[in-house]
Write a protein that binds this ligand. Structure first.
Ligand SMILES: C#C[C@@H]1N[C@@H](C)[C@@H](O)[C@H]1O
Length: 438
């Protein structure tokens, strides 16, 4: 192995109480809200074809116009308790909220820059209201923080001169000050979600990213930070130069899901997903295909079956309300979770052969129970199950209503679980009770 000072400091999963709680979440909510929400992807009658929260980078929009949007930010219909209630009904266990996106605008009253919520017509601390409202209903809060800050004059994409280094050193102090400020102001939070760490300036700051990670965890023991914060001695990110994960979970699955368990390398990981094709902040016209709630529920099941969490993004409007499609999806997912969350919360991967009808999960607390989350019922109505050697199926029944299902032993160690032809119209869960063979 390559000797590293700033590579992974832990091999394998974090197993403390905070990380075990994170591992059991299953379903989370992401929220992207900020000045970009005001424009909603459009400016001067033209539509920006990129992700709406990146509109400041569009050459049709002068930076000065974007940077003065804060004078209009006044979400009259914002109600953090309503946001938290919608998330609670949806069944999410954690929320990640943008405190500062790449544009540098702070949704909290930071004392390190005047470019913050207190200087808008709205004035009040958005982050505090969200932290308090979600914590009150039992949803853990994580803060999204973009290191890249287009508004801060000391930000650099690369370090090519002594003056770059001097400026970026000031920028690193500013960054650490803002993060420590957030820990002091919002002690209830459980972790940070870092973004904007792909540029050379940060890749050359591996030592700082390592000390920052350690400083934040010293101030707030148990803090959870994914693999997108750090760079190692050679600028490698997520995985160090020896291929080891740097961070408490793999944070690279943005709008994508691993296909197989092998793709996860046995790490903890989180998938962050948009309902439209791309775009996180509010957009008046969403791009491409809008995922249906059934598609989203299948993504959730797939993530949990591969030992990951599924985090669905919402982009509130500038007035603080959600678009109809987001409200409808939250409701549909919540209705499904009300019946089936046993197969999602505190569940893990089962190393049985993947079948076409759907996904296996198992409760981390009970190894003689396996859940089948069924999306594709075969015309035969017979669901094939191939447990690992020496595991026998004792019973099979529907989670919703306990209806017993007949089990047919096939050759080898395979089985058919026979479904009643009730033409299920929603994804459903079959519970298997197992025992070890003699
Ligand atoms: C690229 C990029 C950013 N990463 C996602 C989580 C969004 O914040 C997007 O703007």
């Amino acid at each position: 192995t390559i000797p590293l000072l700033h590579g992974a400091h832990r091999i394998g999963k974090r197993m403390d109480v905070d990380m075990n709680r994170w591992r059991g979440y299953g379903l989370g909510q992401f929220i992207h809200w900020g000045l970009y929400s005001i424009l909603g992807g459009d400016y001067n009658g033209k539509h920006y074809n990129g992700a709406a929260e990146w509109i400041r980078s569009w050459n049709q929009l002068p930076n000065a116009v974007y940077d003065s949007l804060y004078k209009q930010f006044n979400p009259k219909d914002f109600n953090a308790d309503k946001w938290a209630a919608m998330a609670k009904q949806m069944g999410v266990k954690y929320v990640t909220i943008t405190t500062k996106h790449h544009d540098g605008f702070c949704l909290w009253p930071s004392k390190y820059t005047s470019y913050n919520i207190s200087n808008t017509p709205y004035k009040k601390d958005i982050i505090k209201q969200i932290v308090d409202a979600y914590t009150k209903v039992g949803i853990d809060v994580y803060l999204y923080f973009s290191v890249m800050d287009w508004h801060n004059p000391d930000w650099r994409y690369d370090l090519k001169s002594a003056s770059d280094t001097i400026a970026f050193n000031k920028f690193k102090k500013f960054t650490q000050s803002q993060l420590e400020e957030q820990l002091r102001m919002y002690p209830q939070i459980k972790g940070f979600w870092f973004d904007g760490t792909w540029d050379n300036s940060w890749k050359k700051s591996g030592a700082f990213s390592d000390s920052l990670d350690q400083d934040l965890k010293r101030i707030h023991p148990g803090l959870i930070i994914g693999s997108r914060l750090r760079a190692d001695d050679y600028g490698k990110r997520h995985f160090d130069s020896n291929g080891r994960l740097m961070g408490d979970y793999e944070q690279g699955w943005e709008r994508t899901i691993p296909e197989t368990f092998a793709d996860t390398h046995g790490n903890d990981w989180e998938c962050d997903m948009t309902i439209p094709e791309n775009g996180w902040g509010y957009a008046k016209q969403w791009m491409g295909h809008w995922k249906t709630s059934d598609e989203l529920i299948e993504m959730l099941a797939k993530c949990v079956s591969l030992d990951g969490n599924f985090v669905l993004n919402f982009g509130p409007k500038p007035n603080g309300t959600f678009r109809q499609k987001e409200v409808a999806d939250a409701k549909a997912i919540g209705d499904w979770m009300k019946i089936n969350n046993t197969a999602i919360y505190n569940c893990a991967h089962v190393n049985w052969e993947k079948q076409d009808w759907g996904y296996f999960t198992t409760p981390t607390s009970q190894d003689d129970k396996v859940y089948m989350i069924v999306f594709n019922v075969p015309v035969s109505g017979a669901l094939r199950v191939l447990p690992t050697k020496n595991i026998l199926l004792k019973k099979a029944y529907l989670l919703d209503g306990d209806k017993q299902l007949s089990i047919e032993k096939l050759d080898g160690s395979a089985y058919f679980v026979h479904l009643p032809n009730e033409g299920q119209k929603q994804p459903f869960v079959v519970v298997l009770e197992t025992e070890k063979g003699k």
